[in-house]
Write a protein that binds this ligand. Structure first.
Ligand SMILES: [Zn+2]
Length: 514
C-alpha cells in the first residue's frame, strides 16, 4: 500500500510544485504605474491577470472617455506574449482608434509600435500586443510617442550652450520666461509650478533687419507630436547645415516650446491644471487670458519679446482626425490668403503629402493671436497625426523641412552680406573669396566667400551662379553694367578665371540660326 501510495504523493506534490512555479508567480505579477511626468492611467480601474492586462483610461477633460494613455508595466514576461486591452470610449469616438497603433519602450526614449492593434467595435475594445515576448521585464506603453515635460527641460538646457541661442527680453540666462501656476490635478496630486521657457535663435553677426518667426507648441497637453516636430525644427536651426546658417542670418526665431507645462506633467488630455474646464487654445487674449496664468506668461512674452510685429507664427499641435496626413490650418480667404505665402508653398514642395485646410481663424486661438496681437503676415495651427510607423525621426525630418522652407522664403541667393540686396557689395565679397582656400571652412563660411554650390571652392561654376542670380535680381545686362563701376580687383579676378574673355567670346560668337 505504501509502495503504491508514495509515487502518487510524489506525483501530486510534483504537480503542485510545477503549478506553483509556472502559474502562481504570474498571477498579479505585472504592476502598472501611471504616476510620473506625463503618465496617464486609471490605475484603480486597471488590472493584470497572468499575461493579460486590462486598462482603464483617464481623462480629466472628457470624463468617461480617454485620449492620452502612458504607463509603465513592471514584471512583464520575457518568455510569453503580454496582451493589453482598453475600452474604445475614446474622445471623438472609438472609430478614431481604427488603424491606430500603440507604442512601447524600454527606456522612454526609443519607441516601437506594437505589431498587433485590433479594435473590436462590437465588444467596445481595443486590444494590442507584440507577436514576440518583450526582451525586458519593465516596459513603458503609450497611446503615441510621448514628450514629457522633463524632455523640454533637458532640451532647453542644451540650448543654453548653443552659440546661436540667447534669452529673449522676457527671459533669464536659463531661458526661463516665467512659472506655471501648478495646482491640484484630477487625482488629487500636487503639481508644483514649473519653469516656462522661451529663447531666441539668430546669428548676431548679421545686423541687417531680420524676419521674425514665432514658434510655439504644447498648448494642448497630449499633443506630443507637435513638440517632436518643433524639437526637430529647433535642432535644425542650431545646426551647421548651410540652410540653417543662412536662415539665422536673415531671421530672429522666437521659440516658446511648452505653453502648458502643468497639463503635460499631469498627463492631461487637453487642458491646463489651473483651468481644467477650459480649452487652453480658446483664451489667448491679452492681458489676462481669462485667468490662464501659463498661457498669459507665454502670450505676454511673445508680445514683449517681438515688439508685437512678426512675420511668421507657427503653433504646433497634434490631432486624431483620421490617420491620413499632417496638415496646416491656413487661412485661404482674402485678404490673408496665407496659403500663397512662399514659406508654405516651399514646405508643400519639400513635404508633398502635407495638407492645407482652410482655417476659419477661430477667435482667441494662438493662431488668431498671432494675427491680432503679433501682426503676423502668416499664421497657422499645424496638426500632426499619430500614424503607425511614423516614429520620432519622421518628426525630426518634418521639423527640419519647416526650417528649409523658411530659409528658401526669406533668403536671397548669393547675397553674401545678407542685407537682402544682391549688389556690388556682394560682388566684391565674392571676388575677395576667390583668393582664399575655403576647404577648412564651415559651409556658411565658404558660402560667404563665394562657394555658392557647396563644393568647397569659389570657381567658375560659382561665378556662373553669381552672375545668373545677379541678372535675375537686377535685370538683363545689369551684371556687365555693374562691372564697369567696380574697382580693379574684380577685373583681375575675371582675368584669372578667363571668364571675362570666355563670356565675351560667347557674346560675339555668330548664332547658327540667325
Ligand atoms: Zn491642439
Amino acid at each position: 500500500m505504501n509502495k503504491s501510495r508514495k509515487p502518487r504523493w510524489r506525483l501530486a506534490a510534483t504537480t503542485i510544485g510545477l503549478w506553483l512555479v509556472s502559474v502562481v508567480p504570474l498571477v498579479g505579477q505585472i504592476t502598472l504605474d501611471g504616476d510620473f511626468d506625463h503618465g496617464s492611467l486609471d490605475e484603480a480601474g486597471s488590472s493584470a491577470v497572468g499575461n493579460f492586462v486590462s486598462l482603464a483610461g483617464r481623462d480629466n477633460y472628457n470624463p468617461g472617455e480617454w485620449k492620452w494613455l502612458y504607463f509603465s508595466a513592471n514584471g512583464v514576461s520575457t518568455s510569453q506574449v503580454t496582451t493589453f486591452q482598453i475600452d474604445d470610449d475614446f474622445t471623438f469616438g472609438g472609430s478614431k482608434l481604427n488603424g491606430h497603433a500603440m507604442v512601447y519602450s524600454y527606456d522612454q526614449q526609443n519607441w516601437l509600435f506594437f505589431d498587433n492593434n485590433i479594435r473590436n467595435s462590437g465588444a467596445g475594445t481595443f486590444t494590442f500586443w507584440d507577436t514576440t515576448p518583450f526582451s525586458q521585464s519593465q516596459i513603458y506603453v503609450a497611446y503615441g510617442l510621448p514628450y514629457s515635460y522633463q524632455r523640454i527641460v533637458d532640451h532647453t538646457a542644451q540650448m543654453t550652450a548653443s552659440p546661436w541661442v540667447s534669452p529673449t527680453a522676457s527671459g533669464n540666462s536659463s531661458l526661463v520666461i516665467g512659472q506655471s501656476p501648478g495646482g491640484i490635478d484630477d487625482l488629487g496630486r500636487v503639481v508644483a509650478p514649473r519653469n516656462i521657457f522661451g529663447y531666441q535663435i539668430t546669428d548676431t553677426s548679421s545686423t541687417f533687419p531680420k524676419k521674425k518667426i514665432v514658434l510655439t507648441s504644447g498648448i494642448h497637453a497630449n499633443e506630443t507630436l507637435g513638440n517632436h516636430t518643433l524639437e526637430g525644427l529647433v535642432d535644425f536651426l542650431n545646426s551647421d547645415d548651410l540652410e540653417a546658417s543662412i536662415l539665422r542670418k536673415y531671421a530672429d526665431i522666437y521659440v516658446y516650446p511648452m505653453a502648458n507645462p502643468d497639463g503635460r506633467f499631469a498627463g492631461y488630455n487637453r487642458s491646463t491644471v489651473e483651468k481644467v474646464t477650459f480649452d487652453p487654445n480658446r483664451h489667448w487674449e491679452s492681458p489676462n487670458y481669462d485667468g490662464q496664468s501659463d498661457i498669459q506668461v507665454v502670450g505676454e512674452a511673445m508680445i514683449a519679446d517681438t515688439g508685437a510685429d512678426v512675420d511668421y507664427f507657427i503653433d504646433f499641435h497634434s490631432t486624431v482626425a483620421g490617420k491620413t496626413n499632417h496638415f496646416g490650418w491656413v487661412d485661404m480667404d482674402p485678404p490673408n490668403e496665407f496659403h500663397l505665402d512662399p514659406f508654405w508653398q516651399n514646405l508643400l514642395v519639400l513635404e508633398p503629402t502635407l495638407g492645407t485646410l482652410d482655417s476659419s481663424m477661430v477667435n482667441l486661438t494662438a493662431q488668431k493671436f498671432g494675427l491680432d496681437a503679433l501682426s503676423a503676415n502668416f499664421t497657422t495651427t499645424f496638426e500632426t497625426q499619430f500614424i503607425p510607423g511614423e516614429n520620432i525621426d519622421r518628426f525630426q525630418t518634418l521639423g527640419r523641412n519647416f526650417g528649409v522652407a523658411f530659409e528658401q522664403a526669406v533668403s536671397t541667393f548669393a547675397d553674401l552680406n545678407f542685407d537682402s540686396e544682391l549688389d556690388t557689395q556682394d560682388w566684391l565679397l565674392f571676388v575677395a573669396g576667390a583668393e582664399t582656400d575655403l576647404s577648412a571652412l564651415t559651409p556658411i563660411e565658404a558660402y560667404e566667400q563665394g562657394d555658392l554650390d557647396g563644393d568647397g571652392v569659389n570657381s567658375g561654376l560659382d561665378f556662373g551662379l553669381f552672375k545668373q542670380a545677379f541678372e535675375t535680381a537686377n535685370g538683363t545686362g545689369s551684371f556687365a553694367l555693374m562691372l564697369t563701376e567696380v574697382p580693379e580687383p574684380s577685373i583681375g579676378y575675371l582675368t584669372m578665371l578667363g571668364i571675362f574673355f570666355f563670356s565675351a567670346a560667347i557674346r560675339n560668337r555668330p548664332r547658327r540660326n540667325s
